[in-house]
Design a protein around this ligand. Sequence first.
Ligand SMILES: [Zn+2]
Ligand SMILES: [Zn+2]
Length: 247
Amino acid sequence: MQYLIDLHTHTIASDHAYSTIMELVSQAKVKGISLFAVTDHGPDVSDGPHPWHFNNLRVVPHLAEGVGILRGIEANITADGGLDLEEGRLKNLDIVLAGFHPNYLPTTVEEHTRLMCKVIRSGLVDVISHPGAAQYPVNYEEVLLCAKECNVAIEINSSSSVNTRMGSHENCVKIGKLAAKIGNTISLGSDSHIAYFIGCFDESLKVIAESGVKEEQIINTSPLKVLDFLESRGHKPIFELRDYFSK
Ligand SMILES: [Zn+2]
Ligand SMILES: [Zn+2]
């Protein structure tokens, strides 16, 4: 199956990414992507945007040139198991991803697992980004059981082992196999840092094929499935997108 929804992209609001939202929309149109999430890094990494960036995402239309846009963040897990944007701001966004980044330097598997599970249980996070990151190993079974219990999606990231986080592929396959067994909800993200990479899921597809993740577990199969998932997480319905994609 070709997945035409991308739930993890970056823009020039993160200094190490190179495209604007308009450029993402333009490439989405070229590739037939129906919906994507803008998920720039939270403020705690040195090249992340100011917190105001996330408040003001409200000016970004949910629908531009026929492409659906979700206003999101890839928040950073902090050393105390919190997130680097306050709760009120997170709750105004359409989608919240969270993962480990260099604001927190790796410690132990036990500690990474504890922090990730604390974030999952916070109720503020919809998707755990790149849980297979080789630099931040976790107890996969513990994290996946916790995510299943809390209705939090697990990402299969298509930049891991390709553009960044080298050496993560085997971990991602292990996670995929466990997720297939546990029945976790799966989110696919290109983690595009340039518009040309939006919707590129080559690495995710390899992980899916090797691990046996089932298509029904993956929310990127239809815009309404994504919207249903986000509403099940407590987000306000986005009627404009719901109407547009129901036609
Ligand atoms: Zn990340
Ligand atoms: Zn990212």
